[in-house]
Design a protein. Structure first.
Length: 350
């Protein structure tokens, strides 16, 4: 990977967390940065100001100094609206504006935003020129390789982006038509990197240190963006960095270390979303973490029954204590978690 500047920041071997709606909130971004990510892009927000006066919108814009440059990703289809949204966010402290032209979600496509824009290169150019002219901070762009396999026009869009003054381009190795099905292809990313001079970040199916090395070698990209592979596996950034530096990668952390990280993460979710919504958001993350843990399925099943923040942390603390003792299923270690269950006969982690 190469080093390059993004505004006032110099990025050394960038490993980026992708902006995933419902996942890349502030607590998860902080966890991933602690685990070796260089940058963490916040969840996509709508450019339409009619949608700004919501708690969801406000939470997505929350930032901390631990997250490095404040990067706000905006989505929309109207050039003036996108420019206004960029201007407002830059005025509120955003250090980088990222434009979403890669999201394949149906509700985004229905509004002719996200990857739907790839069908209309002229509109892409109008949006990019409007946004880059509206702000003094760097503007970056996230795209896919095209709208469909028959219309794989990622290179054309990349050239437009470079001409419009985009500072960095992230490319997911699938078309909109592919969504997340099948294998990502990296030939288009490699061609884009060869034909333009701005930094290019490769994204898609990078789920191991070895795959990271392959994608970098194949595409010659300036950095990597990790999305779904970081869910329940935030230490993948540290593993990739170690592998790229030394040629060897560390193993999955032991259960005791993972349970300690889970406690920190779930506590942060409770603090961020509150005692009602926090436990709901915590469930998806425990589902992902559980896949790599001994007795993970039992832990997940028990956790999903709990809607109380204290009860969730009690259960995780009990699991943590058991993992420290290398004894992950003794019933006598679990009274605090059991007392929150409707059925006192339920056996946790048995």
């Amino acid at each position: 990977m190469n080093s390059f500047t993004l505004g006032r920041h110099t990025l050394q071997q960038p490993l980026m967390l992708a902006p995933m709606v419902g996942v890349s909130d502030l607590p998860f971004r902080e966890i991933c940065l602690q685990q070796g990510a260089t940058l963490a892009v916040a969840e996509m927000v709508a450019a339409n100001p009619a949608l700004w006066d919501t708690e969801k919108h406000r939470l997505r814009l929350k930032h901390s100094t631990a997250c490095g440059p404040d990067i706000v990703q905006i989505a929309g289809f109207d050039p003036q609206m996108m420019a206004d949204a960029a201007r407002v966010n830059a005025g509120q402290g955003a250090e980088v504006i990222d434009i979403n032209m890669g999201c394949p979600a149906k509700k985004v496509l229905k509004k002719a935003a996200g990857s739907a824009l790839l069908r209309d290169p002229q509109l892409v150019e109008r949006i990019l020129r409007a946004v880059t002219s509206a702000v003094d901070v760097p503007v970056t762009l996230k795209i896919r390789t095209g709208w469909s396999r028959e219309q794989r026009n990622g290179l054309d869009i990349a050239r437009i982006a470079e001409d419009c003054g985009i500072a960095m381009l992230s490319v997911h190795g699938r078309t909109r038509e592919c969504r997340f099905l099948g294998d990502a292809e990296y030939d288009t990313i490699a061609e884009i990197k060869q034909r333009i001079s701005i930094p290019v970040i490769a994204n898609g199916d990078i789920d191991s240190p070895q795959k990271a090395r392959y994608v970098l070698d194949h595409t010659k990209a300036d950095g990597l963006m990790i999305g779904r592979a970081a869910q329940g596996n935030p230490w993948i950034f540290r593993q990739i960095r170690q592998y790229l530096d030394t040629g060897s990668a560390s193993e999955t952390p032991p259960p005791h270390d993972i349970s300690s990280l889970m406690i920190d993460h779930i506590s942060a979710l409770h603090a961020f979303y509150g005692d009602v919504r926090g436990p709901l958001f915590a469930r998806k993350h425990i589902d992902w973490y559980s896949k790599v843990l001994p007795h993970g399925e039992a832990l997940k099943q028990q956790f999903m029954q709990l809607s109380d923040a204290e009860a969730q942390l009690d259960l995780l603390s009990t699991y943590h204590a058991a993992s420290a003792a290398e004894n992950l299923c003794p019933a006598d270690l679990l009274p605090s978690a059991r007392r929150h269950n409707d059925d006192p006969r339920r056996q946790v982690l048995a």
